[in-house]
Design a protein around this ligand. Structure first.
Ligand SMILES: [Fe+2]
Length: 167
C-alpha cells in the first residue's frame, strides 16, 4: 500500500529501495523506545516521497504537502517535513530558500526517521563517523548541522558517542 504510493508519485526504484532500507533501520531503532512503530515504519517508508518531484532539499516540503493532501495525520506530515539532515532551523531554512520555518525533528518518531535516514547511504547502513565526514566535506568542518547530527546520534543511538579524532 505505502510502497504503491511511492510508485504512484513517481519515485525511482532506487528511491523506493532507499526508503525500504531506512524503514528497516528506523524500526530497529524504534525497538529501544516506546513509540508507535507502525507510524515510524510508515513515516520512514514515505519520507522521500517528494523525490518523485525533486531531489533538491525542498523534497521534504513537497513530500509533506503530498501527504497532507492525501489526508495523512499531522504526525506523518511532520515526520516527512522534518527529516532533512539532522533538522534545519529557521535561519538556515531561509538561507536555503525553504519556506521560512523550523524543520527540526521534535518528537522521537521524527528523530528516529531523520537519523535512520542519516545512517543509510543509498541502501547501505553506514557508521556515524562516515556520515560526519561526508557532511564535513560537503558543508564545511564547523557547519552547525554537524553538531546537530552528533547530538541526534547521542540522543537516539549512543549517549556516549564521541567522534573519532581527526587524522
Ligand atoms: Fe530525504
Amino acid at each position: 500500500m505505502t510502497l504503491e504510493l511511492l510508485r504512484q508519485f513517481k519515485c525511482s526504484q532506487s528511491v523506493i529501495e532507499h526508503c525500504q532500507a531506512v524503514a528497516k533501520k528506523a524500526l530497529e531503532i524504534s525497538r529501544k523506545f516506546s513509540v508507535d512503530s507502525e507510524l515510524v515504519k510508515n513515516g520512514a517508508l514515505l519520507h522521500d516521497i517528494g523525490r518523485g518531484k525533486t531531489h533538491g532539499i525542498e523534497h521534504a516540503v513537497v513530500g509533506a504537502g503530498i501527504l497532507k493532501d492525501l489526508g495523512f495525520s499531522r504526525e506523518m506530515v511532520n515526520i516527512v517535513e522534518r527529516h532533512i539532515g539532522a533538522g534545519i532551523p529557521l535561519e538556515e531554512a531561509k538561507s536555503l530558500g525553504l519556506p521560512p520555518k523550523d524543520y527540526l525533528p521534535l518528537t522521537l518518531n521524527e528523530k528516529i526517521v531523520a537519523h535512520a535516514d542519516n545512517l543509510i547511504n543509498g541502501v547501505k547502513e553506514v557508521h556515524i563517523d562516515f556520515v560526519i565526514e561526508k557532511w564535513e566535506k560537503r558543508l564545511g568542518y564547523n557547519h552547525p548541522s554537524i553538531e546537530r547530527l552528533i547530538n541526534l546520534h547521542r540522543e537516539i543511538i549512543d549517549k556516549n558517542y564521541s567522534p573519532s579524532p581527526k587524522k
